[in-house]
Write a protein that binds this ligand. Structure first.
Ligand code: IPD
Ligand code: CA
Length: 255
C-alpha cells in the first residue's frame, strides 16, 4: 500500500470516530497531558487511538502529538497530528484538520493534510510538487500593499500588522500552511516559540513543494527534529519581499 492510500484511509477513519464529537463538552474533557505539556482532550485521545491501531502493525516509528514517540525498527517515521486545531474542534469552530507526514530517516517523503469540513485533501511528494485534490497547487504571487498573513505572536513583531493589509489567526497552523500553499494567503507566522513538529511537518513539505520559503526567525531555513517535545517558531511566506517585511518588523521589536 502507498502512503497516500494509508493516510487517506486513516484520515477517513479518524473523521468517522471524531465528527460525532464536534463541538461537544465530551470532546473537550481533559484526559491527560501531551509530551509537549499541552492538555490532551478526549477527542485527541479518540483520534490518536485510531492512528496507533492502524500504524503500529506497520512497524514504522510514530511521532504523534499526545502519545509522543514510538520507536520501531524502521527507517520510516510518521509524524502525525490527528486533529490540528483541537480547540476549534471542541468549540464548534469548523477549522481543524488531520496532518500526516512520512520521513525516511530525517528526509521528508510525503505529506498530507485532510480538511474534515470541506473534504479537501492537500498532499505533497518531496521533489514532485504539491496538490489539492490531485490538482497541482502553487503559492500565489504576493501583491505589494495587499499582503495577507496568518500571524501568531505574543507581542513580538507587532509592527508587522501596520505593514500588511490583512492578518488572520485561524487556530490550525497545519491548515494555514496548506492555505499558503494553495495561494489563499501570503504567509504563516507563529513566533510564540510554541509550534511543534507534529503541527507543521506535513504543512512545511506541502508549502515548500508549492514554492513557499520556510524560515526561522533569524532568516535561516527552518529545521526541526522528528520529536513530540520540541517547540519553535516558523515563518513561511510566498515571496522574498514578504520575507523582508517580516524580518524587518521582527528587528524593530517594540514589545
Ligand atoms: C494547535 C494549532 C494552533 C496553534 C497551536 C497548536 P492543536 O494545535 O496548530 O494553530 O496555534 O499552537 O497547539 O493543539 O490544536 O493540535
Ligand atoms: Ca492536535
Amino acid at each position: 500500500m502507498e502512503w497516500n492510500e494509508i493516510s487517506l484511509e486513516l484520515a477517513k477513519e479518524v473523521e468517522k470516530a471524531v465528527m460525532p464529537l464536534f463541538g461537544t463538552k465530551k470532546a473537550a474533557r481533559t484526559v491527560g497531558r501531551s509530551p509537549s505539556g499541552d492538555v490532551t482532550k478526549f477527542v485527541d485521545s479518540v483520534a490518536e487511538n485510531v492512528i496507533l491501531n492502524r500504524l503500529s502493525p506497520l512497524g514504522v516509528n510514530i511521532v504523534s502529538e499526545e502519545v509522543g514517540t514510538i520507536t520501531g525498527e524502521s527507517e520510516y517515521t510518521v509524524v502525525v497530528d490527528p486533529i490540528d486545531g483541537s480547540y476549534n474542534f471542541v468549540s464548534g469552530i469548523p477549522i481543524f484538520a488531520f496532518s500526516f507526514a512520512v520521513f525516511k530517516n530525517e528526509n521528508p517523503l510525503y505529506g498530507m493534510i485532510y480538511e474534515f469540513v470541506t473534504g479537501n485533501v492537500y498532499e505533497a511528494i518531496a521533489g514532485e510538487g504539491a496538490y489539492l485534490n490531485g490538482e497541482r497547487i502553487r503559492v500565489r504571487k504576493a501583491e505589494e500593499g495587499k499582503y495577507a498573513l496568518s500571524f501568531y505572536t505574543r507581542g513580538w513583531g507587532l509592527e508587522l500588522i501596520k505593514r500588511v493589509k490583512r492578518t488572520r489567526v485561524l487556530g490550525a497552523v497545519a491548515l494555514e500552511l496548506a492555505y499558503l500553499a494553495r495561494g489563499a494567503i501570503d504567509g504563516v507566522l507563529d513566533i510564540r516559540n510554541y509550534v511543534r513538529p507534529t503541527d507543521i511537518a506535513a504543512g512545511v513539505l506541502i508549502a515548500r513543494e508549492a514554492g513557499a520559503i520556510v524560515m526561522d526567525t533569524e532568516g535561516k531555513e527552518l529545521r526541526f527534529s522528528l520529536s513530540a517535545e520540541e517547540k519553535g517558531n516558523i515563518i513561511a511566506v510566498n515571496d522574498e519581499r514578504v520575507l523582508k517585511v517580516v524580518l524587518d518588523s521582527l528587528k524593530q521589536n517594540t514589545f
